[in-house]
Ligand binder design. Sequence first.
Ligand code: SF4
Ligand code: SF4
Length: 384
Amino acid sequence: MHRPEIMHPTHPASHPHNASPHGQTPPLRLIAWEITRSCNLACQHCRAEAHEEPYPGELSTAEAKALIDTFPETGNPVIIFTGGEPLMRKDIFELVPYARAKGLRCVMGTNGTRIDADMAARIKESGIQRCSISIDGPDAPSHDDFRGVPGAFEASLAGIEELKKAGVEFQINTTVTKHNMPFFKKVFHLAEDIGAAAWHIFLLVPTGRGDAIRNEIINAQEYEEVLNWFYDFRKTTSMHLKATCAPHYYRIMRQRAREEGIKVNMDNFGLDAMTRGCLGGTGFCFISHTGQVQPCGFLELDCGQIKTTRFPDIWTSSPQFLALRDQSSYEGKCGVCEYHKVCGGCRARAHTMKGHYLKEEPLCTYIPRAVDNQAPTDKQEEKG
Ligand code: SF4
Ligand code: SF4
């Protein structure tokens, strides 16, 4: 049975990479749809800088259903209902069955704090196949501090217990920061102990409220260490581990596998052998609460507005999506890297830390072969 993967509420999941060698539009594999921006928490790293009050301009139920009608034209995407907190949206249990009736697989990114027995039963009944819940520390002090809401840890765990009782699969998402790096293995053990189907790690992207905690971003060398550690850790558990929005994990995975004499194929690495690090604009996109289409939730490029342009046309023709599908448009070392097709670098970090989404990934230590032999990279130039 295919198990739907959820990344972050705003990020892509593991899916085969979709290069479009002949200029054809790649199939859309995954849509993160911010059905509301309202949220009951105020997390420090929140991209949306969400608050509890309703936001103006949210799609109406009729507009949301009309949008769902167009999704099958783009492929057979998995829909991540996300927010803000998606359970704050009053018609959520109307929209999910509507999408299910179109044959679309539906998952949900929630903070879990609003899930009681009744809510869990409604989630199950609506056809949601998996919920992802963010846990960023192994205990209440570390998690609540990061989330900015006392009691969030206990409330999320209570929500998870209700999902388990209702028979809804769940995964844990954890954002790696300097703050929680020392507790990282403990978070993993927590996820395993409570019976998560998967544990996905994310690297902080400094946008939204996250911009204020730039100094929480681990550096390129620490990033490399975390991803190497993750590669080894994978071997010790049956829980599915996935490095999400840490695109160069897929470079490190291949480097390590080569050192170990292991082939990178489905038998040895499952879907990780087929996916691309950053799928923004190539197999994944984000739709905001007002209908703005973006490569991902952390990369606020206006690629089109579904209230004025049909969504499938945006997916096919947005200039930004076309650029993201064309390696020659990438700058710096990501443009010439031999791992480009499996990695691509984080376009959101390039945008916020380097000034443009097509610049090179700022947190990668790798020097591509072509750069090693030729001109200096941006980084080397900066060092002078
Ligand atoms: S741009 Fe970065 S945050 Fe966005 S999908 Fe790609 S890797 Fe993830
Ligand atoms: S240089 Fe860019 S494409 Fe190559 S591994 Fe690093 S981030 Fe990925």
